[in-house]
Design a protein around this ligand. Structure first.
Ligand code: FAD
Length: 383
C-alpha cells in the first residue's frame, strides 16, 4: 500500500515533507515521493493545503465507524476476584473523561466467580459493568480473554478503551488493538479530552524519557491506552452511584492453543513494591551486591521494600521485578529513600508519585537532589 498523490493538485510546496514525523517523504522532480520509511500515518494528508495526497482505499475501509463510537470502557483487572487497585485508578480517570464527553463509563470484568466485584466497580463510577463469568476464564489466558473481549468491542465500538499497563495488560491489550486495527498508546502518564475535537489526548514519555509525547488517534476507534499502576489517584467510592450489571453468555468457542496450568506467586521479602509505604531505592553507589545486606537491614527496621535503579538490576544485584523507573515499575510510597542513585530521568519517572523523597548521595550535583525533599550529601556507608 502506498500514498496516493494527485500531481494535478500538488503545487510542490513541501508542507507534507515538513509534516512527516518519520522523514519519509522526499522531493523528487518537484513532487513529494514516499520512501520505504512511510508508515501511512496520514499526517501529510492533513497537512496538504491542496488536498493532493490521500491514503489508499484499503486503509480507509479499515477504519471503525467513528460517529458510532461511544462511551469510555475500562478493562477491570483482578487477582482471583480481588480487584487490582489500578482498576479503581482507571475508573477514576475514565469517569472524568466520560463526564467531559457526556458519555457513559463502562467496565468489563472477566473471570470465574467474580460477580461480587461488579457492584464495587459501580461504587467507583461505572455506569454499566459487563460480566463474563465462566470456569474456562478462571485463570488469566490472553488468548481466551482476547477471544471474548474482541467480539464485545466490535459489537459496541467504544470511543475509548483503557487498560492497565501490567504484565497481563501488556500481553492482552496489543493483540486486541491489532485485531481492531486501531492505535494503542502504551504507558500513558496523562489522559485528557481535547475540548475542540473531543479526541483523547494521550501523554507518555518518549525518546528515553527526555520528552513527553502527546498522541492522538483521530481516525480509528476505540482510542486505546494503557496506564501503569499508581499514575492516577484512586478515587473515593460512592455507594449512591447507580449502575447496571449485565451478565454476558460466552457464545464463541474459546481457543485451546495455550493452556495455563496455574500461576505461582513469587516469594518476596517485605511488602509488595507497588503497595509499599516505604521503599529503599538502591543505586550503583552501593558498590556491590555484598552491601545489599546493609540495605536489607534498613528495610527490615523501617518495614520497607527494596527497589533499585536499572544499573543495579542490569548488574544482577537485584532481580528485574525490583527495577523502578521507565522500564521498571512505577511506585507511590509515602517515603522513598534513594541510596546512591544518581537520579536519571528514566528513574525519576518511576518515583514521581512518592510523597517524600530522601536522597543520600556523595555528589552534591547529582540530579536526584532536584526532586528530593530531603537531600543528604554524604558517603552512604558512613551515613
Ligand atoms: P549511576 O548513574 O552510576 O549513579 C550512581 C550514584 O551513586 C552517583 O550519583 C554517585 O554519586 C553515587 N555514589 C557513588 N558512591 C556513593 C557513596 N559511597 N555514597 C553515596 N553516593 C554514592 N534507570 C532506572 O533506574 N530505571 C529505569 O526504568 C530505566 N529505564 C531506562 C530506559 C532507557 C531507554 C534508558 C536509555 C535508560 C534507562 N535507565 C533506567 C538507566 C538510567 O538512564 C541510568 O543509567 C540509571 O538509572 C543509573 O542508575 P544509578 O543511579 O544506580 O547509577
Amino acid at each position: 500500500m502506498e500514498l496516493i498523490l494527485n500531481k494535478e493538485k500538488c503545487n510542490g510546496c513541501g508542507a507534507c515533507i515538513d509534516a512527516c514525523p518519520f522523514s519519509a517523504l522526499i522531493m523528487k522532480e518537484g513532487y513529494p515521493e514516499a520512501t520505504e520509511e512511510c508508515r501511512l500515518c496520514g499526517l501529510c494528508v492533513n497537512a496538504c493545503p491542496e488536498e493532493a495526497i490521500s491514503l489508499p482505499e484499503e486503509l480507509k475501509k479499515k477504519k471503525r465507524p467513528i460517529k458510532k463510537a461511544r462511551d469510555v470502557w475500562v478493562y477491570a483487572e483482578h487477582r482471583d476476584g480481588k480487584l487490582a487497585r489500578v482498576s479503581f485508578e482507571l475508573l477514576g480517570k475514565g469517569r472524568e473523561l466520560a463526564d467531559k464527553l457526556g458519555q457513559k463509563l463502562v467496565a468489563i470484568l472477566i473471570g470465574h466467580q467474580i460477580e461480587t466485584s461488579a457492584s464495587r466497580l459501580i461504587d467507583y463510577g461505572a455506569d454499566i459493568v459487563y460480566v463474563m463469568d465462566h470456569p474456562d476464564l478462571a485463570t488469566f489466558n490472553e488468548n481466551k480473554y482476547g477471544a471474548v473481549l474482541i467480539p464485545l468491542l466490535k459489537k459496541h465500538c467504544p470511543n475509548i478503551f483503557l487498560s492497565a499497563a501490567t504484565t497481563r495488560g501488556r500481553s492482552l491489550i496489543p493483540q486486541i488493538a491489532a485485531d481492531l486495527e486501531t492505535g494503542l498508546t502504551a504507558d500513558c502518564t496523562g489522559l485528557d479530552i481535547d475540548s475542540k475535537s473531543g479526541l483523547l489526548l494521550q501523554t507518555r514519555p518518549a525518546f528515553g524519557g527526555n520528552i513527553m509525547a502527546l498522541i492522538t488517534c483521530p481516525d480509528h476507534r476505540p482510542q486505546m491506552a494503557t496506564v501503569r499502576p499508581h499514575i492516577f489517584p484512586k478515587p473515593q467510592p460512592n455507594p449512591n452511584h447507580k449502575g447496571k450489571i449485565i451478565r454476558l453468555e460466552i457464545e464463541n468457542e474459546l481457543p485451546e492453543n495455550v493452556k495455563v496450568k496455574s500461576f505461582i506467586k513469587t516469594e518476596t521479602k517485605g511488602p509488595d513494591l507497588s503497595e509499599a509505604d516505604v521503599i529503599i531505592g538502591v543505586g550503583r553507589g552501593i558498590k556491590g551486591p555484598e552491601n545489599l545486606k546493609m540495605m536489607e537491614e534498613l528495610a527490615y527496621l523501617l518495614n520497607a521494600s527494596i527497589g533499585g535503579s536499572r544499573a543495579v538490576v542490569d548488574a544482577g544485584w537485584l532481580p528485574p521485578r525490583c527495577q523502578i523507573g521507565q522500564t521498571g515499575v512505577t511506585v507511590s510510597p509515602k517515603i522513598y529513600i534513594a541510596c546512591g542513585i544518581s537520579g536519571a530521568i528514566q528513574h525519576i519517572v518511576g518515583i514521581q508519585s512518592a510523597k517524600t523523597i530522601v536522597a543520600i548521595n556523595k555528589d552534591p550535583d547529582a540530579p536526584i537532589f532536584n526532586v528530593a525533599n530531603y537531600g543528604i550529601v554524604a558517603d552512604l556507608f558512613e551515613f
